[in-house]
Write a protein that binds this ligand. Structure first.
Ligand code: DLZ
Length: 169
């Protein structure tokens, strides 16, 4: 039962102390990374941050599967296909949405975030929401640079959720 499992309690404790991930043993977990080709340079920095975290958690290089899709709008369906393949224990979706002059940004942010959540709920494979939704490029840089790279947190989150899933199911 989920209510009694140790991983869930550990993760709830971590949540109380903000972003403290603690020791995560990823030596037996398989992680999928689905990244966009839109905003390629920024997304590459974020994926590098995620991979740094995976390495710290001892995730084997052979256990990291990486693929790309055109834009953020394509991330949910690709994540669903990968989740259903049964080849990974958690998925990181990585993209960057930058606001333009039209309503396009709002529609894609809303649709993509909800659909990514749904993939996790429907497939029981944790899917990390690694999409930066920024008003301009400056905001993106502040969140994908060496000293503050959100991709790093996404990597740790993927391992933590993969372990939680193993404990819970
Ligand atoms: C079309 C579009 C635009 C304008 N901006 C972005 C963006 O900032 N980030 C991103 O990941 N994708 C963008 N796209 C592409 C859409 O996500 C999608 O690939 C297309 O609408 C095709 O479905």
């Amino acid at each position: 039962p989920v209510g009694n499992n140790a991983a869930l309690r550990t993760s709830l404790n971590a949540a109380e102390s903000e972003v403290s991930f603690g020791e995560l043993d990823g030596s037996k977990v398989r992680i999928g990374i689905i990244r966009t080709r839109w905003n390629d340079e920024h997304v590459t920095n974020l994926v590098d941050g995620a991979k740094k975290a995976l390495k710290e958690c001892n995730v084997e290089e052979d256990n990291i599967f990486e693929t790309s899709v055109p834009g953020s709008f394509e991330l949910p369906l690709a994540a669903k296909y990968l989740a259903l393949s049964g080849t990974v224990d958690a998925i990181i979706t990585a993209g960057v949405l930058i606001k333009g002059d039209t309503m396009h940004f709002e529609y894609i942010c809303d649709a993509t975030s909800k659909a990514i959540m749904n993939v996790g709920i429907q497939t029981n494979i944790p899917v990390v929401f690694g999409v930066l939704t920024c008003l301009n490029e400056e905001q993106v840089k502040k969140r994908s640079s060496d000293d503050n790279n959100h991709g790093y947190d996404w990597g740790k989150t993927a391992v933590e959720m993969a372990l939680l899933r193993q404990e819970a199911l």
